[in-house]
Design a protein around this ligand. Structure first.
Ligand code: SF4
Ligand code: SF4
Ligand code: SF4
Length: 309
């Protein structure tokens, strides 16, 4: 069994050195403008200087490094402990990762595995928005698993939470999806985007691997209808020695992925000493998708308790 990943705990927060998500946490506390009431804090250069700068390497180099890490982990034969890290400072909200996810993991109008949340913030004279990509957190203590009979949702030794599509159907699928506090799982209704139109698209019916089995969403014989589905960390790609699609597609270089058990991996390197939002600890999720909480150097930022208590 893989050990749980470990990250350096964030230091106590000062008033001027606030993390990104923690920063989002005080919207509504002190109104600067209008309804939402945003409290904007001036970033302080001296404090920003304490924050590690975003990695200087190009996106390509980082992906190459993560790919080499992945191959090293698989070659070692040791059980990995997969961890996904998001640097929201680099996310530009382009949704390329969501498109890549849909292309890699066919889903229909009923839901998708990944989305990018945009939050408009009424601060200052210029438009201001932040972007937060979200997908299943692969919780080490998963509420979805607690909501259904044992064996329907499996925790893989590498940390991936796997839905058993042969068992997690009907009312159990609904129960699992509803139990996810962040609504990161959905029940597939079997519909495609183009069915019933003059030009149904064959690519929507292509075969694909999910959780170790071959599927197709063809209207006739679709075994995923009425089944709960969610992000798998692209386990079919990992098992073949390839990084998840959203990671390799990220044009902003905001996505990191790797084995937290590998002390020489990039994922271990970049999480050391960083301020990290593991999030929703009150829900006991123990997520394997975590976020850097550092503010942009030299950039005013906000606090937002309205979204994150
Ligand atoms: S994020 Fe939701 S669907 Fe994913 S493991 Fe946690 S509770 Fe389950
Ligand atoms: S890891 Fe794969 S399944 Fe999960 S969000 Fe990324 S592309 Fe989608
Ligand atoms: S591809 Fe990268 S930059 Fe674009 S929305 Fe996704 S995480 Fe953000």
């Amino acid at each position: 069994m893989a050990k749980s990943y470990e990250v350096t705990k964030a230091p106590a927060q000062g008033t001027g050195r606030r993390g990104f998500f923690n920063a989002l946490a005080s919207i509504g506390a002190s109104a600067v403008t209008g309804l939402v009431g945003v409290k904007m804090l001036e970033s302080q250069r001296a404090e920003a200087a304490e924050v590690p700068a975003p990695l200087a390497e190009s996106t390509g180099n980082v992906i190459l490094r993560m790919q080499q890490d992945l191959e090293q982990t698989l070659a070692s034969g040791k059980t990995p402990s997969w961890l996904m890290v998001v640097d929201t400072r680099k996310c530009i909200g382009c949704d390329a990762c969501s498109v890549a996810c849909r292309a890699e993991n066919p889903t229909g109008p009923a839901g998708n595995f990944r989305r990018v949340i945009k939050k408009d913030l009424p601060i200052g004279p210029r438009p201001w928005a932040i972007f937060k990509p979200v997908n299943c957190l692969q919780c080490d203590d998963a509420p979805c698993a607690r909501a259904v009979p044992q064996g329907m949702i499996i925790k893989r030794p590498d940390g991936i939470v796997e839905f058993d599509h042969d068992k997690l159907k009907g009312v159990y699928a609904q129960a699992a999806a509803q139990a996810c506090p962040l609504k990161l799982a959905h029940v597939d209704d079997g519909k495609t985007f183009t069915q019933g139109t003059p030009r149904p698209q064959e690519y929507e019916n292509r075969t694909f691997v999910e959780s170790g089995k071959l599927y197709s969403r063809k209207p006739e014989g679709n075994q995923l209808t009425d089944v709960a589905r969610k992000c798998t960390f692209c386990s079919h790609l990992l098992d073949a020695g390839v990084l998840p699609a959203c990671v390799t597609t990220c044009v902003g270089g905001a996505m990191y992925f790797g084995d937290a058990n590998n002390s020489s991996s990039l994922i271990t390197e970049i999480t050391q000493g960083r301020r990290i939002f593991k999030g929703h600890e009150n829900l006991g999720l123990k997520p394997r998708v975590i976020y850097f909480t550092e503010s942009m150097p030299d950039t005013p930022h906000i606090e937002c308790v309205a979204c994150h208590s």
